[in-house]
Design a protein around this ligand. Structure first.
Ligand code: HMG
Ligand code: MG
Length: 303
């Protein structure tokens, strides 16, 4: 019997993590159309936007417009990032299925990204988590910089364990162990996941990999070996974090899907239609897709 999961669930974070870093404004209508194309490709979990300070991340200032414009499907889980109660209150009228509070395993990154320490972030998240759960909204926590930080360098697994423990204590239901700057390699990735798994079950832990050093698929495989079956990825490899300079995009959803399908693992995603979604947004941005798989298949389509 294979030690790998038979089915994997992917959250496409392209509309949020992907587009938050674009220099030119991307119209809400384009974001909404991208979400529709991801749904058409079979994505059933989409990170749609974030309700953060527009002074910090101007590209997400249209969060309300995006959430209003999406034609919601009952079988799709739409999640949004919220950094504080203010963000949660702005998100609530838009009925997100899930919110994501985002902390970090690095003190310096926490300060740069959300302007507070790790301990302060947990205090800030606690009432948000409580309010969300009272409203029947599922709560995820993102643990950024879980293997390395642009300011602090290597991050030991004990820091991931600490943040996972603190998140668990305030009622966060799932943690995403994120390699924000894509410096991780497979064994380090497994150690970070194992640290989170001390507090969360395998069904409540996901991997989130950026491909800066070209390690994201190797790290995905390492996570699969542990039994992790939920991953974030970004169509066309869009993205990067405005507070993690030099970090490239998330691993491309197309590349992860190709890997998984090639291993006989189901995703429910139609790779060709996903590539079409990637072409749509790449054309809009005026640059080629970052997905190696999409490039290869698009070349064949031409030939
Ligand atoms: P602050 O400046 O300490 O907060 O920022 P503040 O409470 O002093 O407020 C400052 C201003 O922002 C005020 O406006 C507030 O009203 C406003 P002013 O009166 O000066 O005009 N404000 C808000 N406006 C809209 N929505 C809100 C909100 N909150 C305050 N929710 C804060 C603290 C957390 C707000 C800020 O640092 C922030 O918004 N940070 C977000 C940064 C971010 O979005 N980063 C990218 C996402 S994380 C990521 O990409 C990593 C991830 O993908 C995983 C991975 O790869 O590792 C998740
Ligand atoms: Mg990210």
């Amino acid at each position: 019997m294979s030690r790998y999961p038979s089915r994997v669930q992917i959250v496409d974070v392209g509309p949020r993590d992907g587009l938050q870093n674009e220099k030119q404004p991307v119209p809400a209508a384009v974001k909404i159309a991208l979400v529709a194309r991801l749904e058409a490709a079979g994505l059933r979990r989409i990170e749609a936007t974030s309700f953060v300070s527009p002074r910090w991340v101007p590209q997400m200032a249209d969060a309300a417009e995006v959430m209003t414009g999406i034609v919601r499907r009952d079988d799709v889980v739409y999640s949004v990032l919220v950094p504080n109660l203010r963000g949660f209150e702005s998100a609530l009228p838009h009925r997100p299925d899930e919110i994501v509070v985002f902390g970090a395993a690095s003190e310096a990154f926490s300060q740069k990204n959300i302007n507070c320490s790790i301990a302060e972030s947990i205090e800030r998240f606690a009432p948000v988590v409580e309010a969300a759960r009272a409203a029947g909204i599922h709560v995820r926590g993102a643990i950024s910089c879980s293997v390395g930080c642009p300011y602090e360098g290597d991050i030991p697994p004990a820091r991931v364990e600490l943040v996972a423990r603190l998140m668990k204590a305030i009622g966060v239901q799932h943690v995403g162990v994120a390699d924000t700057i894509g410096v991780g390699t497979p064994i380090k990735t497994q150690r970070a996941l194992e640290a989170a798994l001390r507090h969360y079950s395998i069904d409540d832990v996901s991997g989130h990999y950026h491909d800066t050093y070209g390690q994201a698929l190797a790290n995905t495989l390492a996570a699969l070996e542990l039994g992790v079956w939920q991953f974030d990825a970004s169509v066309a490899g869009l993205g990067g974090c405005p507070y993690a300079k030099g970090a490239t995009g998330n691993v491309a959803t197309e590349d992860v899907v190709y890997l998984l399908h090639g291993m006989g693992i189901e995703t429910g995603i139609d790779l060709d239609r996903l590539i079409d979604a990637g072409v749509y947004i790449s054309d809009h941005l005026g640059r080629p897709t970052q997905s190696r798989v999409a490039k290869a298949i698009l070349n064949q389509r031409v030939g």
